[in-house]
Every structure is written in structure tokens, then in C-alpha cells.
Design a protein around this ligand. Structure first.
Ligand code: HAM
Length: 532
């Protein structure tokens, strides 16, 4: 029974100080986005599973919290880009472009939990709909980088790659659409060094090997081996377009009365064979392209030197340098936003876990958190909105922060653990002083201070001790003298000194956060008192 009442694995309870820091972070990031014209929108936590099935890919689907509910397939959102895309399609297609949206909220992914990797976490991000090209790409990457700099982080690094540039290079290597998508999707795995390459090779073998799915059909009286049959078919369909190749294979299957089994139609078998034949044509190109991606990854570094190294690699592969200019243009514009070149890593072999990206891709890491904990990820996804139902192709791009990871980076590096929530603790001396204590607390709150009223009847000593333990900077003691004189006594906890201050001056006194100096004792409205 107890087990069922425990917190769900991979989720967090955040105590007041952490909760407040997370809340402040979301607000600060939102302010940063607003300073670039991004307006906050809210979208549901619950979505139709199809929204993510359409393009978010297997990687996300295996991590979905999805469930059937009253005849519908629903899920908790694993990210917000698809939801914002749906929002645009539903509400904003008639409005002028560009449209800039910002958002923040919880997302859910079924992942193996560890430090900084949760099953429920908070994303805060933006989507820029309408503009394309290096200026729009640079705005996004710079905004992401600057938002962290504004929070006080100073060891973060922006890694940029470009799927559009990669696709153009792969096209000149002779790869068709599917093969290009395979290589680009595999770049994410290649970052796992040897283990990653082994995984990609295994997937390639699976696709090209004689898997049960695509085995040639059984035939009672044929003497051809599977390999012979495939080789013959391959010669026959070479040079034919998809439709003619499919018709030819289907015709051959039907003419030879081949049994295709009970579960698959002849058309399915023909499609499977054709797919396999086409893939086999692409195999050598794919292997070369994977090597290219690994080489490009190995020469990553800061601009401009990294671009020179990339050009050398492209020359080795006899590839045109022109597509690279798109990424160079982004990199140059980042400089105009004040992102230092040393904080930028150009990595043309950069892969991303989500398959909708088509152009610039980028990620941000902090040295203090290490390479496993990405703080931010994003990029351009020009085909997604059409896929989600937009009337026309609409360019779009964006990024999202993992807010808990941003907090971890700030905690471990740039900022001390954080300031306590409460700034002033008001302590009434007796029951008669309570009403005046409320008046004093309200006045301080109206001036913007965070004020707690002592309600436990603990007495001055006990409350002061507890306030000191919690790091509250000021305590305000309110007794008959203060009540009758319209004053309050403020104890500066760090300096162990008390001042009696006119109630009207109390907020200013606390906000200035000063340690009382002797001169203060003569200042108007402020009198020194002894400790009680
Ligand atoms: P993403 O890279 O999958 O991109 O996630 C964005 C950020 O969420 C990551 O950079 C990371 O900080 C954080 N994050 C991811 N998984 C976890 C986890 N299990 N625990 C804690 N934090 C995590 C997207 O979701 C895209 N929708 C970003 C985007 C917006 N692309 C274009 N527009």
C-alpha cells in the first residue's frame, strides 16, 4: 500500500526554495524571450497521440506516456513544438507572419531517470514562424545563448550544425531521400563513439540483410537462391521509376504463381522487395556518408578555424563547399549579437533526437554540467507545420530549455544555493500586538517585500533562532511601544543589531539592506534599541 503512495519514479517534489528558483527561472527566461518580441501562449498538457506520431519519430514515441481513453489515443506531451504547431494551424494561419511564440510548462518522457534526467520536467522555449534564412536562425541561437548569459551563467557553449547543409552534401554523394534521412537520423547515435557506430551498422545490416520480412517468397518449383533472385530483380528494375519497377515485380510474382503466404499480399511483397533493392543500391553511399559525418564531427571547433577544417574534409570527399555558406552566415551573425566565437562550436556532424529538423540545429551545454546534460536544444523544422495541417509550407524554427537543468547549472556554478524566500519575519510580542503586526506586515508587502507573520506563538527568542537558521535577513519585533509610537523594531540578523524605525520608513530600511552604522542612530525616524 505504502509503495502506491510514493512519488512516481523520475518525478520530483521541489521544496519551497527550489520551487521558487524554478519559478523565477521560468519568469526570467520568459522576460528574455519577451525582450525579442516572443509572446507567451498556453497549450494543453494532454494531446492526441497522433500529433507526435506524425513526425516526432520513434525515439519520442517509445518514451510517450500514452493511453487509450474513451475510444481516443491520448498522451501527455513529450515536448511543445508539435503543440505550438497545432496551435498555429488551428488559430493563426490567417494572421500576418512572422509570429513569435513563447511557452513554458511540464513535459513527460519515459526515460531512465538519473541526475538531471527526469520523467517529468519543465521546458521553456520559443517558436519563430514565418521567416527563414540565416538572420532568423541567428536570432534564435543568439536568444538561447543570451538568455543563459543574462541569468549569470558564463561557462555555456553553443554547438551549431545544419541538416540542410548535410542534406545538400549527401545529395551530391548520390543518396536518395530515404538514405539521406537515414544518415541524418543516425548522426545522433554517432556521437556515442564506437558504440554508436556499431548501433548504426547493426541497423544498416538489419535493413540490407535477408530479414524475414523481405525474404523472397516461397516457390515450390524455383531453383533460384534468394540472392540470385534478388540480383536478377535488381538488374531488371535498374533505371525504372518506382511505379514501373513495382508493376514489373508484381507482374513477375503473379505470372510465376509464387505463393506469398497468408499474411501478406503480393503488393506488399513487391513493395518490400523493391525497398530492399533500392536500399542495396544506396548501401555503399550510405557507408561513405556515415564516415563523412564522423569526420566532420571530429573536426568540430570554434569559428573561423573550424570552417577551414570542414572545407578540407569536403575537399577530400570532392564535395562542393557552397552549401557550407549557409552555416557560415549564421555563425557570422551570432557575432553581431555578441556571442563570442570561443563560445560557439561548429559541428556539421551534430545530430538531434527529434526527426523534424531540416536546417540549422543547435544545442547548448555548460562545462559545469558536462556533455551528457544538454541545457537547450532546437533548430529549423520547415516541413512540420504543413504536415500538421497548415494550408501552405510555412518555415519555422525554435528551441527549448530544460529548466531544471538550467537550475542545476546555475547552482553548481554561477550562483550560491539561492536567497531565502522570506525577507522579513514579523513577530508580535503579545496577543494585543497582533493587529498592529498585521498592519506592519501588509505595509512591508505593499512595498514589494516578502514577509512572514509569526503565527505559532513561539516567542521572540525561538522565532529569532529559527529565522537565523533559515537565513531570513530581517526580523521585525512589534510590541506595545512600537504599536503606540507607530514604529517597528527591525533586527538585522547578520549584524546582530536592532533599529527602531518609523513604520513609514521600514520598507526602505530593509530594501537598502544596510548594516546599521552609528550615524543612522541620529537619522530622522530611526532609533537604536537594545536587544530583547
Ligand atoms: P529536446 O532537445 O528534446 O528538444 O529538449 C529540449 C531540452 O529539454 C533539452 O535540451 C534538455 O535541456 C531538456 N530535456 C530533455 N529531456 C530531458 C529529461 N529527461 N530531463 C530533464 N530535461 C530534459 C525539444 O524538445 C524540441 N521541442 C526543442 C525545439 C523547439 N525545437 C524546435 N523548437
Amino acid at each position: 500500500m505504502r509503495q502506491q503512495l510514493e512519488r512516481v519514479r523520475g518525478t520530483n517534489d521541489w521544496p519551497p526554495l527550489d520551487a521558487r528558483q524554478l519559478h523565477d527561472l521560468v519568469r526570467a527566461l520568459g522576460d528574455s524571450f519577451a525582450s525579442y518580441g516572443y509572446e507567451h501562449i498556453e497549450v494543453p498538457v494532454l494531446e492526441h497521440t497522433d500529433l507526435f506520431r506524425l513526425k516526432s519519430g520513434e525515439d519520442i514515441l517509445t518514451k510517450l506516456y500514452a493511453f487509450p481513453y474513451r475510444g481516443r489515443d491520448l498522451c501527455l506531451r513529450p515536448e511543445l513544438t508539435a503543440s505550438v504547431g497545432r496551435y498555429y494551424v488551428d488559430h493563426c494561419q490567417a494572421a500576418a507572419l512572422p509570429q513569435r511564440f513563447a511557452y513554458a510548462g511540464p513535459v513527460f518522457r519515459y526515460e531512465r531517470p538519473r541526475q538531471g534526467r527526469y520523467r517529468q520536467f519543465t521546458q521553456s522555449g520559443v517558436e519563430l514562424i514565418g521567416p527563414e534564412g540565416p538572420a532568423a536562425d541567428a536570432e534564435l541561437a543568439a536568444l538561447a545563448w543570451q538568455s543563459l548569459a543574462r541569468l549569470g551563467l558564463d561557462d555555456h557553449r553553443l554547438e551549431i550544425g545544419h541538416f540542410g547543409v548535410m542534406a545538400a552534401l549527401l545529395r551530391t554523394l548520390g543518396l536518395d531521400d530515404r538514405a539521406r534521412s537515414f544518415v541524418i537520423a543516425s548522426m545522433q547515435d554517432l556521437r556515442k563513439a564506437e558504440r554508436g557506430r556499431a548501433q548504426v551498422d547493426a541497423r544498416l545490416d538489419e535493413l540490407f540483410g535477408a530479414g524475414a520480412e523481405d525474404q523472397p517468397p516461397d516457390s515450390a518449383d524455383t531453383t533460384n537462391t534468394a540472392d540470385d533472385l534478388l540480383a536478377t530483380l535488381r538488374r531488371l528494375v535498374a533505371g525504372l521509376d518506382e511505379q514501373h519497377a513495382r508493376e514489373l515485380i508484381l507482374g513477375l510474382l503473379q505470372a510465376s504463381h509464387v505463393s506469398v503466404g497468408r499474411t501478406r499480399s503480393a503488393a506488399d511483397v513487391a513493395d518490400g522487395l523493391l525497398r530492399k533493392l533500392r536500399w542495396q543500391d544506396q548501401a555503399p553511399g550510405i557507408r561513405r556518408a556515415l564516415e563523412l559525418a564522423e569526420r566532420l564531427r571530429s573536426v568540430r571547433g570554434s569559428p573561423p578555424a573550424a570552417f577551414d577544417r570542414i572545407r578540407h574534409v569536403l575537399t577530400d570527399y570532392r564535395l562542393d563547399h557552397a552549401p557550407l555558406h549557409r552555416l557560415e552566415a549564421v555563425s557570422t551573425q551570432l557575432g553581431a549579437y555578441g556571442v563570442p566565437p570561443a563560445a560557439v562550436t561548429v559541428n556539421l556532424g551534430l545530430g538531434r533526437g527529434l526527426p523534424y529538423y531540416t536546417g540549422l540545429v543547435f544545442e547548448i551545454y555548460a562545462d559545469s554540467l558536462g556533455p551528457a546534460q544538454q541545457l537547450c536544444g532546437g533548430g529549423r523544422y520547415d516541413g512540420l507545420l504543413r504536415l500538421l495541417g497548415a494550408n501552405a509550407d510555412v518555415p519555422a524554427a525554435g528551441f527549448a530549455f530544460g529548466v531544471e537543468r538550467v537550475k542545476l547549472a546555475l547552482d553548481s556554478h554561477a550562483r550560491p544555493a539561492g536567497t531565502p524566500t522570506t525577507q522579513v519575519q514579523v513577530i508580535p510580542l503579545g496577543a494585543d500586538d497582533c493587529a498592529y503586526a498585521v498592519t506592519a506586515a501588509e505595509q512591508l508587502r505593499q512595498a514589494g517585500l516578502r514577509v512572514e507573520l509569526e503565527l505559532m506563538g513561539r516567542g521572540v527568542k525561538g522565532t529569532l533562532r529559527q529565522a537565523a537558521r533559515r537565513g531570513i535577513p530581517f526580523c521585525s519585533i512589534v510590541g506595545p511601544e512600537e504599536r503606540l509610537g507607530g514604529t517597528i523594531t527591525i533586527r538585522n540578523m547578520a549584524a546582530h543589531q536592532e533599529q527602531r524605525v518609523a513604520l513609514a520608513d521600514a520598507a526602505r530600511y530593509c530594501q537598502e539592506d544596510r548594516v546599521p552604522a552609528p550615524a543612522d542612530r541620529q537619522a530622522g525616524g530611526v532609533t537604536a534599541t537594545g536587544a530583547r
